[in-house]
Design a protein around this ligand. Sequence first.
Ligand code: ZN
Length: 273
Amino acid sequence: MPELPEVETVANGVHARVHGQTVVGVWTSNKPQTFKSPPEQIAETLTGARIERVYRVGKTIVVDLTRPDKTAAQFLIHLGMTGRLLVSPPETPVPPHTHAVLSLSGGRELRFVDARRFGRLSVLEPSGDDAYTGPGTEPLQIPLPEFVALFRGRKTPIKAALLNQSLLHGVGNIYADEALFRAGIRPRRQAARVTRAELARLREGLIAVLTHAIQLGGSSVSDYVDADGVRGFFQLEHRVYMRTGEPCLVCGTPIRKVVIGGRSSHFCPVCQR
Ligand SMILES: [Zn+2]
């Protein structure tokens, strides 16, 4: 499942390829799960619109649109589990499970492909300042005092709080485990009891691991924005995630796994307290 860095990589890759172009035609599969806005509304909103910017908010890809003689609009893409955005020449065969194709003035097509159909497409016509901001706070921009305040009085395990999308948006299982390892905090610790100094390390660890993954993604973006849609995402070299029983890279102790809130959590029992 794509997490924040993968979504940011895709958004940046698509932006570089399509911004400034106009949508000249829209095809949709009309599969009901995929369309959070009615497909006809999506087609009507997008046709004739100019793509100003493509960027990430949480785990949503946002496309800012301007339209002649109409208000500005936004096209929102949530990749779900298996969603892909591909920028392809029209002669490239359309992959199976393609749910939307935007024909662009530059001659190429922006295609949304999603085998498992957990991805979602919608359009917004924001009036004034109510452009899409998503739930929660952006983990890469949050100042330390606000970060500390998120966990104050929370009785849930710190791991569960990190995954709570109404607190921080876009942080998934892999990066939560990796950030907790870097900060030396056990995933089961009660969030309210994690000290300010530890939370400062956690924020730094989270930003470091997300930023590193975004940099890795940047070097391989062409593999999945320009390709046929079957390639997987880049893999960060994990220090704890899915390394149960393998030696900790710092102290050699076998990595342990516990389940917290239904999600597997991986940690080093010596390095994390
Ligand atoms: Zn260790």
